[in-house]
Design a protein around this ligand. Sequence first.
Ligand SMILES: Cc1ncc(COP(=O)(O)O)c(C=O)c1O
Length: 338
Amino acid sequence: MIGPGSKALLMALALATEGTMLLPTPAWVSYAPQAQLARRSVVAVPLDPAAGYALDPERLQHALQKAAANWQRPDMLLLNTPGNPLGSAQSADALRACAEFARRNQLMVVSDEIYSLTAHNALGSASMAAYYPEGTVVTGGLSKHLSLGGWRFGVAILPPGAAGRELAAALQIVAGEIWSCVAAPVQHAALAAYAADPAIAQHIAQSARLHGARTRVLHSVLQEFGVPCPLPDAGFYLYPNFGRWRAVLAQRNVHTSAQLAAHLLEKHSIATLPGSAFHDDALTLRLSSSYLDTEQPAGGAEVFAAFARDADDCINHAHPRLQRAAAALAEFISGLGS
Ligand SMILES: Cc1ncc(COP(=O)(O)O)c(C=O)c1O
C-alpha cells in the first residue's frame, strides 16, 4: 500500500484493525495519539536504558500480564527500529526473540522502519520482516530515507497470503474514505525514487554516511563527559540521559525533561525535545542533527563534494552549526560538574 506519508498509513492501520496495542517506550510522538484517535488502548512497555533499550520478550510478557489484569488482550505490537527518538536499532537477536514472542502470542507487528535506509552501520538495516514475515507490516517512506521532508509518500509492505490480502482490503476502505490517492506529482517523484537508479542509491548511501559522521560528533561530546546515550545506528537522533545530574539540575530548578529542554534553549541556545514527548519520564532529551548545515553559497551540493573529498576535514570545517552546538553542549555538561 502507498499513502500520503507513512504517518497516514500508520493511522490507517490503527483504524483498520482492532484491539490493545503494545508500545515499547520511549516511542515516537504519534503512535499513542493515533491509537487514541482510533479509540484503542495502549500498554506501554518501558525499555531499560541500562540494557541499551533492547527489546526483551520478558518485558513484553510482563506488559501482557499487566494488560490481562485489566481484562485486555493485546493484538498488536508497534516497533520502531532504527528508532526515533533513540537513534539506535534493535539487534538481530532481539528481533528474533521478539518474533518468537509475537508468533506465540498471535500479535500482529507493525514495524516502522522509516530510518532503515539512513543506517550508518549494518545493525541499522535489520528488519523484523526477516524473522516474522507472516505477521509483520513494514512501513517506510521518502520523507526520511531521501530527506524529502515535504514530499509525504509512505509505503506499507503487508504480509503475504490471506492475512495480508484481508488487511489490504481494510486499509483500502480507510484510504478510500480519507485520502483517495497520493497526489499525482508525488507519485511521479516516487516512481523516480524507487526506480533503482544508481545515482539515487549513491546519494542515499552518502547521506547516511554524512548523518553517521555528524551524529558521532555529538556522541563523542556526550561520551567525553560520561553522559549515557545509545550509539546511533541510523538517522540523525541521539538520546542522552542526564539522570546522573538530577541533584545539580534540581538546584537550577530543573526537575523534568521538559524543564531541561527549556533550560538548554534559554541558557545555551540548544533546541532539543524532552523525553516526556516520547512517553519517558527520565531526564532524557532527543537531539537531532538533521538540518542542512552550510553557510556556503553552493549549499548542500558543496557539502557532499567536500565530504567525499575529505570526510574529517569537511565535518571539522564545513559544519559550523554542528560545531557550535557541540561546543555549547560541552559547555553545558562541563558546568554540571563531575
Ligand atoms: C518514526 C517515524 N515514523 C514515521 C514518521 C512519519 O513519516 P512520513 O509520514 O513522512 O512518512 C516519522 C516522522 O515524521 C517518524 O519519525
